[in-house]
Each structure stands twice: as structure tokens, then as C-alpha cells.
Design a protein around this ligand. Structure first.
Ligand SMILES: Cc1cc2nc3c(=O)[nH]c(=O)nc-3n(C[C@H](O)[C@H](O)[C@H](O)COP(=O)(O)OP(=O)(O)OC[C@H]3O[C@@H](n4cnc5c(N)ncnc54)[C@H](O)[C@@H]3O)c2cc1C
Length: 380
């Protein structure tokens, strides 16, 4: 009996975009191998993410839906002034999850021997319909498709589109997570089960509840996830924000525990003077604040023969769209559907996928830039 060989995808990047792609391609009858540069498990990292329908659809498509909830429901949107008085509130139900909750759920769909940690892609080449990827540690892999799901600093993109780069928006986001049980009853009453904002000129702070580090959505076991968007002028100010406690200048973000003490002090003092009492308590009770520069990225092309770009490697929308993860999910779901619909003509499937997904990315970028610049009063 003749057994047809399955096509094989090499997926570069084992975060959410790579996992969505791997799950979707597995469902479409492909063999997959995921290559992640980080040598350790990523699952204790990350903060909050708004749970969008595309993410739920991708999880269900992979057969990973389950009875346990993926997120925490908030019922109301509330705007506070800096004294904690309610300026406005509206019934607007929405579910929030966390990066590590999604990561843990999605990684379950991938056979462990197909998820390769500590494998940093350094180069690749194409020969007709075959693609060969090379890794820092010396490994070489061959496949029919290479998926660049390696995020905003994508190596795959830097090879395919060396001229395309990230542009800084003019503002950064300071972030933190606080265990639900650690806040005072007053703060719990002001924030629990609500999506709460404080919007001042050139500043937007918000918070919502996300699952606990172990994924629990039980009251008392969740975490308050806060974000504070503040301007930071390019040059000296931004450089100071992105220089970590060891004096290393980071490209776009300083992870938890690595803020330079002087920057952290300035930030905490600013919070003390400028935010409402509930938000002030969240900042006070955050042990490890982290910060990320808000950047924009849009590629002109997503398919290059048998190498493609997906997720944040292709488009980085402003976080106000709450769309980065859902876009990665949509990229991956539609890729699987296109390849399933056209199993004998992979190149045609990729062309159709690209024309559709370029539009999705462009629209999200334009909308996010308009919204971000309005919210932050046209960040310089
Ligand atoms: C640890 C972590 C925590 C995050 N937390 C949040 C969060 O709390 N809230 C939020 O909204 N978004 C978060 N994000 C970003 C979020 O995952 C993305 O915006 C979105 O889901 C699209 O994901 P992506 O997989 O395309 O890109 P990314 O999530 O950036 O993933 C890219 C992956 O590629 C890997 N990689 C990069 N270069 C190479 C290479 N050369 N070879 C192999 N692997 C490579 C990276 O290590 C990374 O795991 C986080 C990302 C990471 C990696």
C-alpha cells in the first residue's frame, strides 16, 4: 500500500503565534516542528490579554476547549478621576485571560518531541519547494514550509525584508500584576470584576482581573493586571527607561525584576502623585514592574515562496486594539483552512491566504495608530 507522506512545516517561534500555527497545521494534516530560541519553559511569563473570539475559535479548532474557563469576566467599564471618583460607567461584558493561560492550553496540542527549545534560527534557504533552516546550535531541519512566528524582532523577517523595521510610537507602557488577595477591601471593591480606566492628558492607566499564575479563575486566586501608558521622548528619556539594572540597554522592553532602581523610583513617585488611590495601591503592591516601548510594524508582503510571516513578525498593532493575539490566531486558523482547501497546490493556498491576511493586518495597524495617537494626544 502506498502511504502518502505528510507535508512538513518548520515553525520558528514557540510563543502564541507559533503555537496557533502549529495546532492549526496539525489539524490540517501537516507534520509540524516548533523551534523556540528560549531554552526554558515560557509558561510562567506574561501578563493580561483580552480574550477575543478568534482565540477561542483557534483553541476549539485544535480540540483544546475544556470545561475550565479560559478567563475572567468583567461586567462594567468604569472611568475614575485621580481621586477615585467615578466619572463614567457602562455595562460592557468582556473576558480577560493571561498570556501564560493561553500558552499552557496551546502547548498541550503539540507532541512534546515536536517542540524544540533552545533552538535559535540563524538562517534558511529555499530550493524550489523545499526549505532548509539552520540553527545556532548546529541543527538543520528541512520542510515544505517555514513559518516565521518569531515576533517583533523576527529573524525570518530580517532575512526576507531587511529594510522593514519597527518604529517607536512615542510612548511606553509600564505594567504589573498583583495577587487579588493582597489588596485592601476598598481597592478590591473599586476594581473587582470591572475594567477600570484613568485617562488624563497624555496618560492612560487601566486594570482588569486575569487568571492566577496557575490559571485559576476562582475569586481570591486571580491577579489584578495593570497597564499605564506614558510618553517617553525618543533619545535620553527613552534610553533611560530601557536601560536595565545591570546597565544594559534593551531594545524594546525591560522584563520583570530588571528595572534600573533609579527609574523604578521615578516611576513609583510619579504614580504616588498622579493616580487614584486604588491604582496607587496596585503600583505599591507590585514587586516586579516591567516596561515595554510601544512600536508599530507593518510588512508589505507575508509570503516569500515557501517562507511566510505571521503574528507579530508581520504586524505589530498598538495594544489598544487588544488585537495582537487574536490576529495571530486568525493568521493561523486561516492558514490551516487555506492549506486544507488546496492540499495539492500549496503555493496557490499561500497566495490566497496572504491577500486576505495582509488586509487584516493593515486595517488593525491603521486603526491602532489612530486610536493610540488620539488617546495619548498624538505622541511625538
Ligand atoms: C514570554 C512572552 C510573554 C508575553 N506576554 C504578553 C502579555 O502578557 N500580554 C500581551 O498582550 N502580549 C504578550 N506577549 C506578546 C504576545 O504573545 C504577542 O503579541 C502575540 O500573541 C503574537 O505572538 P507571536 O507569537 O507572533 O510573537 P511573540 O509572542 O513575540 O513570540 C515570538 C517568539 O519567537 C521566539 N523567537 C524569536 N526569534 C527567534 C529565533 N531566531 N529562533 C527561534 N525562536 C525565536 C521568541 O523567543 C518568542 O517566543 C508575550 C510574548 C512573550 C514571548
Amino acid at each position: 500500500m502506498l502511504v502518502e507522506k505528510k507535508p512538513r512545516a518548520l515553525i520558528i517561534g514557540g510563543s502564541l503565534g507559533g503555537l496557533f500555527a502549529a495546532n492549526s497545521l496539525l489539524q490540517s494534516g501537516w507534520d509540524v516542528d516548533v523551534f523556540e530560541r528560549s531554552p526554558s519553559a515560557l509558561d510562567s511569563r506574561g501578563g493580561g490579554i483580552v480574550l477575543q473570539p478568534q482565540v477561542v475559535a483557534a483553541i476549539n479548532n485544535a480540540g483544546l476547549g475544556s470545561a475550565s474557563p479560559l478567563g475572567v469576566l468583567s461586567q462594567e467599564r468604569v472611568y475614575l478621576d485621580r481621586h477615585g471618583e467615578v466619572l463614567q460607567s457602562a455595562f460592557m461584558p468582556q473576558t480577560q485571560t493571561s498570556w501564560n493561560t493561553l500558552y499552557r492550553r496551546l502547548v498541550r496540542g503539540i507532541p512534546s518531541e515536536r517542540y524544540h527549545r533552545g533552538q535559535r534560527l540563524t538562517s534558511f534557504s529555499q530550493d524550489g519547494e523545499r526549505i532548509t533552516a539552520r540553527f545556532e546550535a548546529g541543527a538543520i531541519a528541512e520542510g515544505d514550509l517555514l513559518v516565521g512566528a518569531d515576533g517583533p524582532d523576527s529573524t525570518v523577517r530580517s532575512i526576507l525584508l531587511p529594510e522593514t523595521s519597527l518604529s517607536y510610537s512615542g510612548y511606553v507602557v509600564w505594567r504589573g500584576l498583583v495577587p487579588e488577595r493582597s489588596v485592601s477591601p476598598e481597592t478590591a471593591a473599586a476594581l473587582t470584576d470591572k475594567f477600570v480606566f484613568q485617562h488624563d492628558p497624555e496618560s492612560l492607566m487601566l486594570q482588569y482581573l486575569v487568571p492566577g499564575e496557575d490559571g485559576s479563575t476562582n475569586p481570591g486566586e486571580r491577579r489584578f493586571n495593570w497597564l499605564w501608558y506614558l510618553k517617553a521622548a525618543k533619545g535620553e528619556t527613552l534610553d533611560a527607561v530601557l536601560t536595565d539594572r545591570q546597565g544594559v540597554h534593551r531594545r524594546h522592553s525591560v522584563p520583570p525584576g530588571m528595572l534600573a532602581p533609579a527609574q523604578e523610583r521615578v516611576f513609583r513617585d510619579y504614580a504616588e502623585a498622579n493616580v487614584n488611590p486604588a491604582f496607587r495601591e496596585l503600583v505599591e503592591k507590585t514587586h516586579e514592574i516591567f516596561v515595554q516601548a510601544i512600536v508599530d510594524l507593518a510588512v508589505p508582503q507575508m509570503v516569500f515562496g515557501r517562507a511566510i510571516l505571521l503574528g507579530d513578525a508581520a504586524f505589530v498593532p498598538r495594544p489598544h486594539t487588544a488585537g495582537s493575539t487574536s490576529k495571530a490566531a486568525e493568521n493561523a486558523l486561516s492558514l490551516g483552512a487555506a492549506l486544507r482547501a488546496s492540499p495539492t497546490d500549496i503555493d496557490m493556498a499561500l497566495r490566497l491566504w496572504e491577500s486576505d491576511q495582509l488586509n487584516v493586518g493593515r486595517q488593525m495597524i491603521e486603526w491602532g495608530v489612530r486610536m493610540g495617537d488620539r488617546l495619548m494626544r498624538a505622541a511625538a
